[in-house]
Design a protein around this ligand. Sequence first.
Ligand code: AMP
Ligand code: MG
Length: 337
Amino acid sequence: MESPKETSQPANKSSTTEGDQEEQCCPNASCEKNGDQDPPSPKQGDFSDPVYKEIAMANGAINRMNRDEMRAKCVELKLDSRGVKDVLRKRLKSYYKRQKLMHSTAADGNGHAYFDYICVVDFEATCEENNPPDYLHEIIEFPIVLIHTRTLEIVDSFQEYVKPVVNPKLSEFCVKLTGISQKMVDEAKTFDQVLKRAVSWLQEKELGTKYKYTFLTDGSWDMGKFLRTQCKLSQIRFPQFARKWINIRKSYGNFYKVARTQTKLICMLENLGMQYDGRPHSGLDDSRNIARIAIHMLKDGCQLRVNECMHSGELRSVPISAPIEGALAPQMPKKRD
Ligand code: AMP
Ligand code: MG
């Protein structure tokens, strides 16, 4: 059975409502309505520098290797040797590129993460076995997993269940899928109260003030559909600080050059040589596993750029040419008029 997350865009992505009118992710509208992000490449580096010829030659040699040769090379270089061919190829290319640029004047900052922290969010929501297109998903679990990009470790997490208000009774299917019981949501706070706690948690970490950070999700649905719908139901504006994020599926597809069909959570993990750890469709476990993928990608040299945003109530792609900015300091959004 296909999860609604398997579709890449929120079903209601094009409907702009009055309440969304002023909400923009970027004042200069540098986001794009359609299209995808290009794979990262050196931008300001001097391509006439001989180091780029060396990198191209190393890439050619890697392209000619089979999987066993790539694995053996990874072992020799003391790199992780797990993963499918596409992953090993990218890992080796990134390694040589980093090594060569490190010793070159053409280095343009490659190898440094853009953010101090990345907050992985994976909402769980009310659902039916076959959700009709206009089904109103209400958020029932709000997890955040915090990655420190310097140590490449999960350093903290936040988790609260949320009481649904429009459809307070969970379907049997939803309980089975998410492992979230009726009692858990009955005893939980409503979304606006939980969001307030999440904002305080983010503020305590000094994110957006002392530290540069951004959000990261598995697909477009968490922010583009679940959070957007929930904010409308809770009559609050979409939080400014959550307007831009990294959609790891896009980053993964672009970085390892694999088809979108290979960017489902379990598939990404398996192709990196890892297994899902925990209970699938638990928001916190999903977030932890997504974080494991992100950490792997950072280790493989991917810089994880923001690639999606909400702009005037619509989901948009953020092009690679957009300036790299961290998320705004978290603040509780205003009530809708
Ligand atoms: P996930 O992060 O994949 O666990 O999915 C997030 C939310 O999407 C779940 O809490 C459900 O509301 C919904 N969902 C996921 N998979 C399915 C499915 N197979 N059928 C119906 N709804 C689903
Ligand atoms: Mg989930």
